[in-house]
Design a protein around this ligand. Structure first.
Ligand code: HEM
Length: 452
């Protein structure tokens, strides 16, 4: 790595907003055009400038050194307004302790226990649909995955109307995330109806979570859910702070899990259902697999390892449509990347979407081909839907289990037809998910000729 890689600035930047408007209008078009400009490309977003890393090995270098390339940048600053100092947003200095305290919550045995809640939600929802019904899968799945996040976090502690309230408020916060990230900070402080609604939703979420923490502390019993696990966690190596989490830390972590763990899974599922609707050959093979494994019974966690094609469909969907499509870091000390000096304070962007669509890493990269996962897996730097290094997603197992259960529960009963035009525009929420995905629910014929 001896050559100096030039930092190019793509055209189409406007004098004041830079590339923010083009990013809002056509985020994926802007991002996928970057590698042709160089391995490091400068983008201007209003007053800020970010250097986007387009090369997989340089991206990996950034991810492996989370002390030099720390959390930071516009995206995380705005996310921290809602999430506080939770695990996704906190800097390196506070990260290791948080991760150690949260790790038991994501122990494989605990995660497989959550499979029951996940299967129950998808089973109940998909049973309630009827033949010919038209559903916006984008909002249906956003609600379902957030309900699962709330139930796995709090077990039965919240009454149904409080779950609904939390789901509505939180959905609004997520929906506003990217818009607020790209807007100048001064605009987000003006008391417009949208900003006021955002603030009310934020405060309500905090209050509900704060009340539950106070109740649990007073009770002192283990409910077997994520909240209990966070309240009971003790850090054996507590040199970096108190051994247990404070109420504020638990509250930040709860909101972080809602944020990181619902819209992401919903996005993958919506895209997977859309891809299946557009690839009937793959859908037919999936039906055969699901029928053989489930044999007419509701799906359970124990079925997931045998749902092999289902797993490959999830992997391929995460490659084509990684929900966390653009992430940022900030350089904490003068350094270099790919031979280019990076002074402290430089904002770095990296994009799993961009890496996953590189033709030098994937044959026919825009094609949906779950069978590409049959052979040798791609190099570690080439597939990063969950990121990598110390800040890698802690909920990957949770997400893969949820996605597998959801696809099996839905496709065991229904075949979905896409009504929203093909390749719908992704919304500029915090995550990469389609704005709307209207689908017609069609009952699958049973072997005996009847519907299910
Ligand atoms: C398909 C679903 C998911 C995807 C694609 C995804 C993706 C990611 C990515 C890319 C990161 C790293 C961000 C960065 O490097 O800046 C991350 C971090 C994180 N994710 Fe996920 N995630 C998913 C599901 C979940 C779930 C279900 C949970 C929790 C229940 C979760 C909790 C977290 C947390 C707490 C972090 C921060 C980890 C740390 O910094 O130590 N995620 N996720």
């Amino acid at each position: 790595m001896s050559t100096v890689i030039p930092i190019a600035a793509p055209p189409r930047g406007m004098p004041l907003l830079g590339h923010a408007l083009s990013l809002l209008r056509d985020p994926l078009g802007v991002i996928t055009a970057l590698p042709a400009q160089g391995d490091l490309v400068r983008l201007r977003l209003g007053p800020r400038e970010i250097v986007v890393v387009c090369d997989p090995l340089l991206t990996r270098q950034v991810l492996m050194d989370d002390r030099t390339f720390d959390k930071g940048g516009a995206l995380f600053e705005r996310a921290a307004e809602v999430l506080g100092d939770g695990m996704v947003t906190c800097p390196h200095a506070r990260h290791r302790r948080q991760r150690r305290l949260a790790q038991p919550s994501f122990h494989p045995s605990r995660v497989s226990g959550f499979g029951e809640v996940m299967a129950d939600e998808f089973d109940t929802a998909s049973r309630s649909w009827h033949d010919g019904q038209i559903i916006d899968m984008s909002s249906e799945l956003a609600t379902l995955t957030l309900r699962i996040a709330v139930r796995t976090m709090f077990s039965a502690a919240l009454p149904p109307d409080a779950v609904r309230g939390l789901v509505t408020d939180f959905s609004y916060l997520v929906e506003s995330a990217m818009r607020r990230t790209l807007a100048p900070r001064s605009l987000t402080r003006i008391p417009t109806p949208g900003n006021r609604r955002y603030e009310r939703a934020r405060l309500r979420c905090r209050r509900v979570v704060g009340d539950l923490i106070a109740e649990r502390r007073a009770e002192g019993t283990d409910h077997g859910d994520l909240l209990s696990s966070l309240l009971l966690a003790q850090d054996p190596n507590s040199a970096e702070g108190p051994a247990a989490m404070s109420d504020q830390e638990v509250s930040d972590q709860v909101l972080t899990f809602f944020f990181a763990g619902s819209e992401t899974v919903a996005g993958v599922l919506v895209w997977a259902l859309s891809l299946l609707a557009r690839h009937p050959d793959v859908e037919a093979r999936l039906h055969t697999e699901v029928d053989a494994v489930l044999a007419g019974a509701p799906v359970t966690t124990a079925d997931v390892p045998r749902l092999e094609l289902t797993g490959r469909i999830v992997s391929e969907t995460l490659r084509l449509h990684p929900p966390a499509w653009l992430l940022s870091r900030v350089v904490t000390r003068d350094t270099e990347l790919g031979g280019v000096p990076m002074p402290a304070g430089t904002e770095i962007g990296f994009s799993p979407y961009l890496i996953h669509r590189r033709p030098d890493l994937y044959r026919d990269p825009d094609a949906f081909d779950p069978d590409r996962w049959l052979g040798t897996p791609p190099a570690r730097a080439a597939y990063i839907p969950f990121s990598s290094g110390a800040r890698m997603c802690i909920g990957d197992r949770f997400a893969l289990l949820e996605a597998g259960l959801a696809l099996a529960a839905i496709t065991s009963r229904w075949s979905l037809r896409q009504l929203t035009p093909h390749n719908p525009r992704p919304s500029m929420k915090g995550m990469l998910s389609p704005n709307e995905m209207r689908m017609r629910i069609v009952a699958r014929p049973r072997a005996d000729g009847g519907g299910r």
